[in-house]
Every structure is written in structure tokens, then in C-alpha cells.
Ligand binder design. Structure first.
Ligand SMILES: Cc1cc2nc3c(=O)[nH]c(=O)nc-3n(C[C@H](O)[C@H](O)[C@H](O)COP(=O)(O)OP(=O)(O)OC[C@H]3O[C@@H](n4cnc5c(N)ncnc54)[C@H](O)[C@@H]3O)c2cc1C
Length: 447
């Protein structure tokens, strides 16, 4: 919540105003194989022991036949499955309740309105209009003015391009170029549609793999958001809509909204005096809901590297290098979901299972397969927990584990594992139902 604190956002107010719910993770259904499901939790599994990640001890126990399922050592998974939620309580120092990690499921249109109100209240001047022309300075090549359809001219020193996929300034005016990653992430379309709320919202998102893509289900306080992300090489729009409709658990309350995209990243997120953010900077499909995070981290990076009128090239290069790395790290994590599968029931899944993946991902999988080692490279978004959840959840089994995990005497290890699982179970039992928590702190008026 760092940026929320910076902006003075009250969390309960934000949740209420965006009809949001809390999210402990994502459930993946039918990804590793048909009939299989797992939850990718935020937070961690078990606790680190002897300076080594918990999962190494779990693999040792599992190989000896003495471990409970990995999920039993995660408060995030336990609470999600039980439909419970509370915020972490740091005063409970040794309790899993101190470590609860969460995100939000919210109505993006309400969120945009909410942020706009905050920005305007803080003094931001808003000029509404359609940009019909972008004029460059003849010498520097910098964007100098924007022409709006009513004739208004908007001049500026620094421009932030938030014009979506089209990248009106970064691409349209500056021709920056786009690196196409669709060979790794072949889904290129989506159809979205909301349906009625039919039950209390669960504290997690569900992503169900389909024959030519996957379907999301995001429960809000007001309704349920749904969408089918698919690959147009393998299914047409009408059939994709039929798949979506068949997977709704309530009456549809909006018309289907079709979207087209191409996975990839702008060659330079910052070019001359234009910084692209959001879909103008690149597109990674919403499988792990990362786009708004990328916008926020782009803003934070821009604040760090904020230019003066000289536009210092090393600063811009640094911004672009870090942005690129961030996109590549998230790309690799997303590609893992498609690659690590046993599914061979459709042309789409055969294509994904057998595709060539980025060398950086191939290396991570190879290291994990050998000795269960996982790395979080320079504070990347997805932690070792996330990588473990997907690798384990999609049947990638390591040959061995960290040798330090073998140093604990078997009885001692068994006793510790039992204590950890019991602590998780006891903590989940103490948590309130997700809806009860919402009703107490941040419910919308549903009358
Ligand atoms: C299928 C799908 C699912 C997604 N799910 C998630 C998710 O779960 N989590 C997440 O974090 N993100 C998700 N995203 C991404 C999320 O939608 C974007 O991060 C968010 O919409 C912000 O995008 P944006 O502002 O860059 O672009 P947009 O929302 O496309 O906004 C672009 C704006 O530019 C304006 N514009 C364009 N041309 C002009 C012009 N000539 N003059 C003036 N204005 C112009 C448009 O009117 C529009 O308002 C998803 C995206 C897709 C496609």
C-alpha cells in the first residue's frame, strides 16, 4: 500500500468506492492437466528453516511419504478455500496471521473514476478532448503540442502516453517499435462480460483453462466479472463467446465486449520526451493481473528518474532498461503457465506444451527440476512462492532439494512440519468469513 499511503488513500474507502473484494490468490483450474486445480497464493508457504526456503524441507518430507499436501502449509490457500479473510495482524509476531498477503478485485471503471476525483481534488487540470494531431519539434524530434478535435492546442515539456494499445504518441508520432512476444503468449483476443452476483464473493480469482485459452472469474461486491482470453488461430469470436457464456454462474448483465491485442513490449517505454504507461507501453495478458501493477511501478520509476528540460539520456536509458527487465520477468512467469502442462487435448495446448520458451525461463525450470532451487531476481514482482505454486501446481517435480534440508533429524522435521500445518489450520479457523469482514469495514450499499 505504499503508493496508497503516498496519495492518502483510505483502504476501506477505496474498497467501498470500487465495489472491491479482497484477493488471496488465483485458482488455476485445468492448467497442468484436465481435472487438476491449485491456488497460487500471495504470501508464502510454511516458514524458512536453517536459512533455507520451506519448500526444500517439504520436498524431503514428501519424498519420504510424510508430508501433507503443500497447500496445508499456506495460510493464503487455507483461507481462500475456507472463504475467509482478514488483514495481517503484525502484533501476532509468530502467527501466520501476521503474514497474510493480499490484493484486490475491483471494478476498473470505478477505480479510474476514483483516481480521477483524487487527482482533480489535488489540483490536476483536466482537459477533455480527442487528439487529432501530434506535432514534433523540427530539431529535437520531441513532441511539442497536441491538437484536439475542438481546435485546442496543448503544449508541454513532458508527455505521458496513456492512449492504450494504439500508443498515439510513443508509436503513432515517434515510431518507437514494438517487440512481438506472441510466439510465447499466443492468446490475442478476449471477450469480457459481467454477470449477476449469485453468492457471497470468494476471496480469490479463478482462471479456468479452456481448449483455446482460458476464462477468468472475478467476484466483486456488486457483480462478477468474466472474460475469455483466447487465441484466434484456434477459435473464432462466436465460438469464444459461446465458451464464455457457458461458463457464467449468473445471468449476464452486460453485452459482450470483444478486445484484440498482441503480447509484447514497446522497444523503449520512454522515447525523447514521451513516457508510455499502461497498454501504450506493452501488453501482457491478464492471467496474473499485472497491468495495473506495471502502471504503478512505471509511475514510481518515473518519479525516481523525473527529468528536467535537458532529458538526461543515462536516466532515460536506465528507465528503459528496468522497464524491459520487469516486462521480461513477468512474461516468463506467464509463459510458465502455458508451458508446464500435460494437456494434449487440443491443438492450442499441443502448441503451448511444445513451444520454445525464452532462455531465461528455460534456465529457471532446469534449475528447479534439478534441485528445487528458486530465485527472485532483483526484487522482481513474483516471489519464490509464486514460482513454486505454479511449478508444483502444474506438475514440475524436482529431482532433489537443498542439501541443508537433509540435516534436520527426521523426528525433528516431522514435528516442525506438524506444528506449522496446525498453526495454519488454527489461524484460518480464527479468521472471519470474507463477506463478514467486508460487511464490517467496507461494504457497498446493495439495496
Ligand atoms: C482483456 C483484458 C483484461 C485485463 N485484466 C486486467 C487485470 O485483471 N488486472 C490488471 O491490472 N489489468 C488488466 N488489464 C489491463 C487494464 O485494462 C489496463 O491496465 C487498463 O485499462 C489501463 O489501460 P490504459 O489506460 O493503458 O489503456 P485504456 O484503458 O485502453 O485507455 C486508453 C485511453 O486512451 C484514450 N484515447 C485513445 N486514443 C485517443 C485520442 N486520439 N484522443 C484522446 N484519447 C484517446 C481512450 O479513449 C482511453 O480512454 C486487462 C486488459 C485486457 C485487454
Amino acid at each position: 500500500m505504499q503508493s496508497a499511503q503516498l496519495l492518502g488513500i483510505d483502504e476501506n474507502d477505496f474498497v467501498r468506492r470500487t465495489a472491491a473484494t479482497f484477493k488471496l490468490g488465483i485458482e488455476f483450474v485445468d492448467w497442468g492437466g484436465l481435472g487438476q486445480r491449485y491456488i497460487h497464493p500471495f504470501g508464502s508457504y510454511g516458514q524458512e528453516m536453517e536459512g533455507v526456503h520451506f519448500h526444500h524441507f517439504w520436498y524431503r518430507q514428501a519424498q519420504a511419504g510424510g508430508a501433507l499436501p503443500l497447500d496445508r502449509y499456506s495460510i493464503g490457500v487455507g483461507a481462500a478455500r475456507a472463504g475467509k479473510f482478514q488483514r495481517p495482524d503484525p502484533s501476532l509476531v509468530h502467527s501466520p496471521l501476521a503474514t497474510i498477503a493480499y490484493a484486490y478485485q475491483f471494478d476498473a471503471a470505478l477505480y479510474a473514476r476514483y483516481l480521477r476525483e483524487l487527482a482533480e481534488a489535488a489540483g490536476t487540470l483536466r482537459v477533455e478532448g480527442r487528439i487529432v494531431d501530434v506535432r514534433l519539434n523540427g530539431e529535437s524530434g520531441h513532441v511539442e503540442t497536441l491538437l484536439l478535435d475542438d481546435g485546442t492546442v496543448v503544449a508541454g515539456d513532458l508527455f505521458i502516453d496513456c492512449s492504450g494499445f494504439r500508443g498515439l504518441l510513443i508509436e503513432g508520432a515517434l515510431g518507437t517499435g514494438y517487440d512481438d512476444w506472441s510466439s510465447y503468449l499466443p492468446c490475442d483476443r478476449a471477450v469480457a462480460r459481467a454477470c449477476e452476483r449469485v453468492a457471497d464473493p470468494i476471496p480469490y480469482t479463478r482462471a479456468t483453462a479452456k481448449a483455446a485459452g482460458w476464462q477468468w472469474r472475478i467476484p466483486l461486491q456488486s457483480r462478477t466479472g468474466n472474460g475469455h482470453v483466447y487465441c484466434s488461430d484456434h477459435i473464432d469470436d462466436d465460438a469464444a463467446l459461446r465458451v464464455l457464456n457457458a461458463g457464467l454462474d449468473g445471468k449476464p448483465i452486460s453485452e459482450p465486449n470483444f478486445l484484440r491485442f498482441k503480447a509484447g513490449v514497446r522497444r523503449k517505454a520512454w522515447n525523447r520526451n514521451v513516457v508510455s504507461l499502461g497498454l501504450a507501453a506493452g501488453f501482457l495478458e491478464p492471467l496474473e493481473s499485472t497491468s495495473i501493477h506495471l502502471i504503478q511501478s512505471g509511475i514510481a520509476r518515473l518519479l525516481t528518474n523525473f527529468p528536467d528540460k535537458r532529458f538526461n539520456t543515462p536516466d532515460i536509458d536506465y528507465y528503459n532498461r528496468r522497464t524491459r527487465i520487469e516486462y521480461e520477468q513477468i512474461r516468463d512467469f506467464l509463459v510458465l503457465h502455458y508451458k508446464a502442462t500435460d494437456r494434449d487435448d487440443s491443438a492450442f495446448w499441443n502448441r503451448c506444451r511444445t513451444m520454445v520458451v525464452p532462455a531465461s525461463l528455460e534456465q529457471r525450470i532446469a534449475i528447479f527440476r534439478e534441485n528445487a532451487r528458486l530465485y527472485r531476481e532483483d526484487s522482481e514482482l513474483f516471489s519464490e512462492t509464486s514460482w513454486l505454486a505454479v511449478l508444483h501446481g502444474q506438475n514440475v517435480v524436482p529431482r532433489s532439494h537443498h542439501p541443508i534440508a537433509d540435516l534436520l533429524p527426521p523426528d525433528e522435521l516431522a514435528a516442525r512440519m506438524t506444528r506449522i500445518a496446525a498453526a495454519m489450520e488454527g489461524s484460518v479457523a480464527r479468521m472471519p468469513e470474507h463477506q463478514v469482514f467486508i460487511d464490517h469495514y467496507c461494504a457497498i450499499d446493495r439495496r
